[in-house]
Each structure stands twice: as structure tokens, then as C-alpha cells.
Design a protein around this ligand. Sequence first.
Ligand SMILES: Cc1cc2nc3c(=O)[nH]c(=O)nc-3n(C[C@H](O)[C@H](O)[C@H](O)COP(=O)(O)OP(=O)(O)OC[C@H]3O[C@@H](n4cnc5c(N)ncnc54)[C@H](O)[C@@H]3O)c2cc1C
Length: 404
Amino acid sequence: MSTKHIVIIGGGIIGCTSAYYITHHPTFTSSNAVVTILEASSVAGGASGKAGGLVAKWAYPKELVDVTFAEHERLAREHNGKERWGFRYTGGGQWTGRGEDVVRDAGEMTSKTSLEKKEGLVSGKNTARRNIGLPDDLDWVKEDLTDAYEPMAGDGETAQVHPYQFTTSMCALAQEKGATLVIGKATAINYSGSGASRSVSGVEYVNEAGSKEVIPASTVIVAAGPWTSTILPSVPISGSRAHSITVRPTRPVSAYALFTEITLPRSSFRTSLGSPEIYARPNNEVYACSPGDGEPLPSSTKEVKVDQQVCEALFKQISAISPELRGGEVTASQACYLPNVNSGPRGCPIVGEVDSAKGLIIAAGHTCWGICNAPGTGKLISELVMDGRVKSGNISRLAPRKFF
Ligand SMILES: Cc1cc2nc3c(=O)[nH]c(=O)nc-3n(C[C@H](O)[C@H](O)[C@H](O)COP(=O)(O)OP(=O)(O)OC[C@H]3O[C@@H](n4cnc5c(N)ncnc54)[C@H](O)[C@@H]3O)c2cc1C
């Protein structure tokens, strides 16, 4: 049997998790498959290191979620994910209420694009909406500011990971099994043959010293998130920038992920409504992100611009509903790009082999659920590469031909 030369373009969560599953596939040996992760800047330097990290049975699309949630649980058990990447189950809900006057001054967001996580929820299906009243242990948002709280799902249906720790762990575990990480920017995919026998033959890239190199390949997995169309221009994926912050609260807070709708007082805010997502994390950290904006995609993760005013406005909004956050310390102010798919089945990433070139696989466009759906994607991709077909699910709806 000839050796497979597998090049994965992109060291985000999708690329690294695919490398993990290929190198942990039952038939993988370091002599029958050579796996290279080609990353332009740094592993988890984009959204995969700066996302919230929510993992949910109620996420979408179902084809991936059906595989991914159980895989997150298994990976955490097998590799001590609790310590290594902060895996834990979490409570969560939709919180609607009013913010109170806060003294810190800051700019406000100018345009808002919902990250659309809530589309996977069926309102009222799991638990009846409570009018006023919070779970007893959700004591870090003020009850007297709460108009409504609706739990998102039942116990054990929502979990979380620390995205940066998860992605870098997947990369390290793949490297332990023989995968190689190369820092360099892919500039072209090479092909041989034509018509029905056209297949990938290699990936051209520019290394850190600025020299051009080629890695031979029999399989190329393009997992470059929002940058995928810079490598394959016909792929309908774009990026939208979103800001986030992490905060060390004044005391450890209980494990809840909140989708908020905050009516803000005109006296201290320039906008009347804020909708930050707020996730308590282990190790006394709280993550919050704001809706996306229209800032164009830069050439690499290193060039992403952070608008400090947006981060300050985000902190001010979450401060308006929680004294524990208001008195806390902001430990990171950052921005990253969400990969959006502009055509094809709604809410679906593109996962599968391209019809026009044997060995060319796309795994990109995971929108607001890439952290959740990475293990499902990686497992199914590993079957496609190592077994020649996807065995653990049916992802025909995600095939590239459905999108372009
Ligand atoms: C604010 C925010 C919060 C989020 N919260 C959650 C959440 O709670 N749960 C969830 O499931 N999802 C969440 N997401 C979505 C999730 O972050 C993304 O879907 C996921 O990170 C996409 O991973 P990726 O590997 O496809 O892309 P990326 O993380 O963008 O990685 C792509 C990689 O490809 C590299 N690359 C690009 N071009 C090249 C090239 N030419 N050559 C080599 N390498 C290249 C880049 O440097 C980058 O490292 C959130 C997203 C945002 C923006």
C-alpha cells in the first residue's frame, strides 16, 4: 500500500482536530501516512484561540452535532480534558433585563451582526420560560435587573472548553503520533492529470524566511477558516470580525453561559440595547463577546485589528448587570474573524471532497459552532481520508458541490 501524504492547510481547531483524528485512526501508522499541518502564523492564532468555547447538543448542523458532543466527552475522558482544556458541563440561558448606570465611559459598537448561536434552540421546548427568577446559583447577575431568564437546555446538554487550550492540545497530541507542524503560508495547490483523473499533487507555500517551498501531497485538507477563499477563490466563505474580552471577577462565579438582551440606560450608554454573550469559565475567568462587524478580513491572524473602544463598551455592558464583573479586572481585549458561508444549506460548514480534484478536501465555514463541531468534523474527515468514505454519519448535505 502506498504512503498517503496528507497536508492540512490551517492550524485552527478544524485543522488541528483533523490531524488528531487522522493520526489516531485505527489504521494509521507513521509509515502509511505522513501528516503535515501548514499554518501561516501560529496555531490557534485566529477564532480558534479567541472564541467562547460553548459545546452544545442543541448546536447545528445535526449531522455534525450527533457525532461531536459524544466525541468532546470522550476526548475529555481520554486526555484529561478537565485539566488540560477546561472541559466541563455548564448551565446556560437567555437572560433579558436592564442594565444599571455605570460610571466608566467608553465608545459604543457601530454595527451588529448576531453570531446566531441561538438558532439551534427551540424556544420553550426543554423548560418552561420563567417570568422573573434565576437559578439559585446564578448569583452573579442582579435579580432585580432581570426581566426574564429561560434555560437553554437540560442538564448535560451544554458543555464548554477553553478553545486555545483545546486546539493547541489537539495539535500536540497529533504531533506526538508523528504529525509535523510547518509554519508557512500556503500560496497554491498543485494538481496533476486532467478531467476525471485530475488530483492534487502538492502545496506551495512561503516559509518564515520568505522562501518558496513545496510539500508533496496526495490529500490536501483546506481548513483555513475565513481565509479559505484566499486559497480556493470559488469557495463562498467570508469572515466577520467580532471582539471579546476576558475578565477576572471579584470572586469565582458559577458555571453559566448567558445570551443576554440588556436594555441600557441612556444616561451612560450611547446604544439602548446590548446583546453580549457571557460565559463563566474555570479558573476564575469570565469570557464575553460582542456581535460581529464589517471590518474587512486582513491577510493573516497577526494583522487583525482590535478596536479598544469596542472592548471597553463590551466591558461596560456586562458591568451594568453584574457587580462581580464591574469590579473585576479585564485580562484580555481581542478580536478575531468568524467564518461565514455565503451560500448553500443554511448554517452548514463545507465538509467533504471536491468533485473536480481527487484528494482535495474542504473542512471550513463552521460559523459560530466551530469549537463545538471540530471533533465531529475531524472524525468524519479522518474516515474519508483513511477509509475512503465517511462511516460514522451522513454528511452529504455538507458536500462542496452543495455550495459552489
Ligand atoms: C467571538 C466568537 C465567539 C465564538 N464562540 C464560539 C463558541 O462558543 N462555540 C463554538 O463552537 N464556536 C464559537 N465560535 C466559532 C469558532 O471560533 C470558529 O467556527 C472556529 O474557530 C473556526 O475554526 P477554523 O479552524 O475553521 O478557523 P480559524 O480558527 O480561523 O483557523 C484558520 C487557520 O488557518 C490559517 N491560515 C489561513 N490562511 C492560511 C494559508 N494560506 N496557509 C496556511 N494557513 C493559513 C490561519 O492562520 C488560522 O490559524 C466563535 C467565534 C467568534 C468569532
